[in-house]
Design a protein around this ligand. Structure first.
Ligand SMILES: Cc1ncc(COP(=O)(O)O)c(C=O)c1O
Length: 380
């Protein structure tokens, strides 16, 4: 396996990777040195100069441009949110849905995506959960669409089994049937290349504490700005096209910003945005394609090792259907999570298995260490 980038120099930027075998990036990634340095610089500015906020706001616009590059989008289509849940709720409540209409979702999808849409039941909108199959594409949804279906929402990569669903084919179906399409890319972002136009979504949302390497509390929303009919459920000065210069609310002009700022509320998480800028610099230096290829290689090695021990997978095995970095081994979640923790190996218990998840800093030694423990336990 030839590394596609200098993994060891990236690994050196993640101190936690030296202290433990970290196979839990689908839960959260450990903090890297550049992100820590960025946060410390913000704290220093904050404590010695109290800002200046105007400089921080200019920085937020630069980071917005970095996010746009990551998504292959325009900065005007990016809003900062608090997390995935907020992004999904903003999207769900912006869809122009009427009582009696329905939205299709996938049974067992992440609850933070599902509840955003279940909340629409209050408006008389019906949520229809379709079965989660090992492969989900346009054909999985097509039979469930009827004359009242208005939207589909789904995760690109599943958190509990590492499926990587064919969102582009679902997006094409949505365009053909004039449906809105909302995609949760939380488990994909930073590891799987994302081109929002190829997905063909109306909204794409995520948090930044997994593949985007930022502490909790910052999220992102991409909005296809052709959809000017999408309006925010909440309103703040930031959402307006013409914010009042005298800071006295003007009841006669509630024109929404033409950009995705219409979905932003009040002051931004400027500390998190500083951290995101540093994280995106690091990710761009390595390249998402390279991170993806590296995780696929490590993932293959992990799967082969598990199979040699007769341990099956909960999710898909084939590269074309699986996420590069999420492998769920069919092991008793409770006892194995505790055993591995005792061995200094960080994983997550998931539905029906132990989730092993990779980041840009993992290397072959992490896989070897995990498999050694497995072999020892199996008496091999
Ligand atoms: C697919 C998916 N969506 C959403 C979330 C989390 O939502 P939030 O960012 O709101 O905490 C996770 C994991 O934490 C996830 O795996």
């Amino acid at each position: 396996m030839a590394d596609t980038y200098d993994v060891e120099s990236v690994r050196a930027l993640f101190p936690a990777a030296r202290r433990m075998t970290y196979l839990d990036s689908a839960f959260q990634t450990p903090m890297s040195v550049p992100v820590r340095t960025a946060i410390e610089s913000f704290l220093e500015e904050s404590s010695t100069q109290a800002g200046p906020k105007s400089v921080w706001l200019e920085e937020a616009e630069r980071v917005r441009t970095q996010v746009a590059a990551l998504f292959h989008a325009s900065p005007a289509e990016i809003a900062f949110t608090k997390n995935t849940s907020e992004a999904m709720n903003i999207a769900a409540s912006a869809l122009p849905l009427r009582p009696g209409e329905n939205v299709l979702m996938v049974q067992g999808d992440h609850p933070n995506n599902a509840y955003a849409f279940l909340n629409l039941k209050r408006k008389g909108v019906e949520l229809r959960f379709i079965p989660m199959l090992p492969v989900m594409n346009a054909d999985s949804f097509r039979p469930h669409i009827d004359s009242k279906t208005r939207a589909i929402s789904m995760s690109y990569v599943t958190f509990h089994a590492g499926h990587r669903f064919d969102v582009a084919s679902v997006g094409a179906l949505c365009r053909e049937r004039r449906l809105d399409f909302v995609v949760d890319v939380m488990q994909a972002v930073g590891v799987v290349p994302i081109d929002v136009r190829k997905i063909g979504a109306t909204f794409v949302g995520c948090g930044t504490h997994k593949g985007l390497l930022v502490p909790h509390g910052l999220g992102l929303l991409w909005w296809d700005s052709h959809h000017t009919e999408m309006e925010p459920a909440y309103l703040a000065t930031a959402s307006l096209a013409n914010a009042p210069a005298d800071l006295i609310a003007n009841p006669d002009d509630l024109t929404l910003a033409a950009s995705a700022k219409r979905f932003e509320l009040g002051n931004l998480n400027l500390l998190g945005i500083r951290a995101l800028g540093a994280a995106l610099d690091l990710i761009a230096r390595v390249g998402v394609e390279a991170i993806c290829a590296h995780c696929f290689d490590l993932g293959d090695r992990l799967i082969e090792g598990l199979e040699a021990l007769d341990v099956g997978l909960v999710g898909p095995r084939e590269r074309r259907h699986r996420a590069p970095h999420i492998i769920v081994a069919a092991l008793d979640p409770v006892s194995w999570a505790a055993d591995l923790a005792r061995e200094g190996i960080r994983v997550s218990p998931e539905r029906g298995g132990i989730r092993l998840s990779l980041g840009m800093f993992n290397d072959a030694s992490d896989i070897a260490r995990f498999l050694d423990v497995m072999r020892r336990r199996a008496g091999r």
